[in-house]
Design a protein around this ligand. Structure first.
Ligand code: ZN
Length: 277
């Protein structure tokens, strides 16, 4: 790995490099890292801003959507002037202004069972900032088969959850399906568009997710694998639950029902309509 930094890089990352847990070696790891962020929305935009500012060398962004006025209450990378523009292009423009050292790869597409494996395979770590169960399950399965670590957050109203999944490393690491084997019925869970979401909470969780991505790249601290963080903003309370790998998990268990993205149980999980908010 190239550990040579320009004078400008040494200044830009000085507050990282001085940390014993990061140093020049850690900063070089960040520069060499490739992270794929799913969604340039509420979670994705603060996530991209912090990963870009931190000097993560390659940032992929997957989003098919355009910026809407109702996004700006929480999707802080986009400006009023960006309304109508592709979110991935708005994000690329903003990241270029924050840190021109970062290579941004814009994937203006929906994540689908057809493109998911190829997309995640090009990156080291995947961060899920999507807003729907279909994408969450698709990413869970694709990351398992492509052997990529997945850092996933979700927010709704005043509540959020966050965890890191790396079941490809074997026990004791659980996957998302160990905790939630199948999606809930679509009518039982409202979307952010239907139920609302506190804008600042997207920032709280996106920044927290960025912290966990950076920790995974550096290999420092305690991984969130095997733990589920639950945040209740109204109560200002965070809980950390232990989650365990299930021997009968449909994905990472001993006799998995899901052996590819084409497995019927897998396909059923992706059937829910993508709401794109
Ligand atoms: Zn599992």
């Amino acid at each position: 790995m190239n550990r040579d930094f320009t004078e400008a890089e040494l200044h830009r990352y000085a507050r990282h490099i001085i940390l014993p847990e990061i140093g020049g070696e850690g900063q070089a790891k960040l520069r060499a890292a490739k992270v794929l962020v799913i969604g340039a929305g509420g979670l994705g935009t603060p996530l991209l801003q912090y990963l870009g500012a931190a000097g993560v060398g390659t940032l992929g962004v997957v989003d098919h959507d355009t910026v809407a006025l109702s996004n700006l209450q929480r999707q802080v990378i986009h400006r009023t002037a960006d309304v109508g523009a592709a979110k991935v292009e708005s994000a690329r423009r903003a990241l270029g202004e924050i840190n021109p050292e970062v290579r941004v790869v814009a994937h203006q597409a929906r994540l689908t069972p057809e493109n998911a494996l190829a997309l995640v395979s090009d990156y080291d770590i995947v961060a899920d900032g999507s807003d729907n169960f279909a994408t969450r399950y698709l990413l869970t399965d694709a990351c398992y088969f492509a052997q990529k670590t997945l850092v996933a957050a979700a927010i709704l109203r005043f509540e959020a959850q966050l965890s890191t999944y790396k079941p490809h490393l074997g026990p004791p690491h659980p996957c998302y399906r160990c905790v939630f084997p199948e999606p809930p019925p679509p009518e039982s869970v409202p979307s952010c568009a239907q139920a609302g979401v506190l804008g600042a909470m997207a920032g709280t969780m996106g920044a927290w997710q960025a912290t966990e991505v950076v920790k995974e790249i550096l290999g420092v601290g305690e991984s969130l694998s095997g733990k589920l963080l639950l945040y209740d903003a109204l109560d200002a309370r965070v809980e950390r639950l232990a989650i365990t790998r299930r021997p009968d998990c449909p994905l990472c268990g001993a006799q998995p029902a899901i052996t590819s993205l084409d497995s019927p149980l897998a396909q059923a999980s992706y059937a829910e309509v993508y709401c794109g908010d």
